[in-house]
Design a protein around this ligand. Structure first.
Ligand SMILES: Cc1cc2nc3c(=O)[nH]c(=O)nc-3n(C[C@H](O)[C@H](O)[C@H](O)COP(=O)(O)OP(=O)(O)OC[C@H]3O[C@@H](n4cnc5c(N)ncnc54)[C@H](O)[C@@H]3O)c2cc1C
Length: 512
């Protein structure tokens, strides 16, 4: 029997696992990935992603290779019982705060392929495709994973840490006996992807639509190119297997298209759930992605949440591995992963459920009341709501104790233009991805900067090319902001003395 030893074993190479593996591998950790399939799953599930995720792809060095598979997300228009517009979700207006289109649609299989190619470049990462995790023995010091290949070969993996990214049916979560908390959403839907031809495209709306119709709530998403997705709710008594047959699916699509208008790419019945794991860490094992949470697909957040998990956990494991934080501080840092992510996922899932409840109201009288209420709230004129408004900040965990509106928010990535720069560059490209202290000229540089990258565009003779940074500082009324490696705001300061306090809080939190 073969034995492999590594710093981090990652179970599952879906979007969550591959992002975690690349981030850890880029930092030089010895990573071993176990994935039961050989190839990328060839059919898209996720169709939407946002600018935070693209910023993480940039960090991985893959943004330019991924952007050709993405397109801006069209507005989503919600239509009520009588076919009138009741809500409209759009994007925030430019200049874009993260340097990328805020909401995008994308084609998942080639994007995952780009990520796998990046992973293959990393010398400290090994991958075992066709291997299935069968058993796990773990304590606080490390874990031993028993794996079996589809050729019948056994391999034992000894790891200091394990990240279970093995999806909704997570074997690892089951082996640990971690329960899922039910956030009370359980709906049968049919999801259909169609490659639509010219004739079909001419029949379809050019915006994405939420049909909030009590008879049969459904969603149409304008995907990249000629890819169109329908999510169609099923009625009580409808057979999920029958509607997923070609004939059953075309029959449900007949309102929009006939079989001559395109080809079915895939159709599958799902139960949309809202579930979150009770525990996100057990000793040296962490749950991430769908293994830790599942949410209804409204606004396309499932994969994004998994990638946020990977980004949140990776920098903490790297800091502990490198000895930057030790002992009790290291344990607290690793615990903060579950504290931060579980609260964030639960809050966002609650908001997605509310949107789902709006879309899925099946009682006609209540649906009409909903329409009247939504229209009354905007005085009869539907206003654009940016999709990003739905994302909550981090509210607890490794954050400054001084509460401010900015604390826990995702920090912007301004475009900077400087004397020595031919073109503009995004902040992270210039200053990297560690802890960053971003300041304007109003405050004195701190004496002690160990462990921090100072980002002071004026001092570096850079200008805030689009005004994104200046606007952010003005909005949050601060002159300095301490940004975590995952781009969330640890805390802000308005004066030199507040900055001094902020940095001492940071040193205390990390026991530096
Ligand atoms: C219809 C639908 C629409 C969606 N739309 C969106 C959207 O628009 N935007 C969005 O962000 N999200 C969306 N999602 C959610 C998104 O697809 C998932 O959240 C995402 O795929 C989760 O990624 P993951 O890496 O955590 O898990 P997965 O993608 O499920 O990957 C898990 C991996 O683990 C492997 N594995 C499992 N068990 C083992 C084992 N024992 N040993 C070894 N390997 C194992 C599997 O083979 C798989 O490759 C949608 C989901 C559905 C179903």
């Amino acid at each position: 029997m073969n034995e492999i030893s590594c710093d981090v074993a990652i179970v599952g190479l879906g979007p969550t696992g591959v992002v975690a593996a690349i981030l850890l591998g880029m930092a030089g950790l010895r990573v071993h990935v176990i994935e039961r399939r050989h190839e990328v799953y060839e059919i898209p599930r996720a169709i939407a992603l946002d600018h935070e995720i693209m910023r993480i792809f940039q960090q991985l060095g893959t943004a330019q290779a991924i952007l050709p598979y993405c397109e801006p997300f069209t507005p989503s228009e919600f239509y009520g019982v009588n076919g009138e517009l009741i809500r409209r979700m759009t994007m925030i207006a430019p200049p874009y705060p993260m340097g990328y289109t805020p909401s995008m649609v994308f084609t998942q299989p080639p994007v995952e392929q780009v990520l796998r190619e990046r992973l293959a470049q990393l010398k400290t990462v090994t991958t075992a495709f066709g291997y299935d995790v069968q058993d796990l023995i773990a304590d606080a010091q490390g874990a031993s994973l028993a794996t079996l290949s589809d050729q019948g070969e056994e391999q034992v993996i000894e790891a200091r840490w394990v990240i279970a990214c093995d999806g909704g049916g997570s074997t690892t979560r089951g082996l640990l006996g971690i329960d899922l908390q039910d956030l009370d959403f359980d709906e049968p839907w049919l999801v259909v992807d169609v490659k639509v031809n010219e004739r079909g495209l001419a029949k379809l709306p050019d915006v994405s639509v939420q049909y909030c119709e009590p008879e049969r709530p459904c969603t149409l998403v304008i995907g990249p190119g000629n890819h169109r997705r329908w999510e169609i709710s099923l009625k009580p008594g409808e057979d999920p297997a029958q509607v997923a047959t070609e004939a059953g699916t075309w029959s449900l699509l007949s309102r929009w298209l006939s079989p001559e208008d395109g080809t079915l790419w895939r159709q599958a019945s799902y139960r949309f759930h809202a579930l979150v794991a009770e525990d996100w860490r057990q000793g040296c094992v962490f749950l991430a992605g769908d293994a830790a949470h599942m949410q209804p697909p409204f606004l396309g957040q499932g994969m994004c949440q998994g990638i946020r998990d990977a980004s949140n956990l990776a920098w903490k494991l790297i800091a502990v591995h490198n000895g930057d934080v030790q002992g009790e501080a290291a344990e607290m840092l690793l615990d903060s992963y579950g504290i931060e992510r579980k609260a964030h996922v639960s809050e966002l899932t609650g908001r997605l459920k509310q949107i789902g409840a709006t879309i899925c109201e099946r009682d006609t009288a209540k649906a009409m009341a909903r329409d009247l209420q939504l229209l009354a709230e905007c005085d009869g004129v539907v206003k654009d709501t940016p999709r990003q408004d739905i994302l909550p900040p981090l509210r607890s965990g490794l954050l400054s104790t001084h509460t401010s509106e900015a604390r826990g928010c995702l920090f912007v990535q301004p475009r900077l233009h400087g004397q020595n720069l031919r073109d503009t560059s995004l902040m992270d490209e210039l200053y990297g991805y560690g802890w960053r202290l971003v300041m304007d000229a109003r405050l004195q540089n701190p004496v002690e900067l160990a462990g921090l990258t100072l980002v002071k565009p004026d001092a570096d003779q850079c200008t805030d090319a689009e005004g994104v940074l200046t606007q952010w500082m003005e909005h949050y009324q601060c002159h300095a902001v301490l940004v975590r490696p995952d781009h969330y705001v640890f805390g802000t300061a308005e004066t030199d003395s507040e900055l001094h306090d902020l940095l001492s809080q940071w040193r205390t939190a990390l026991r530096l």
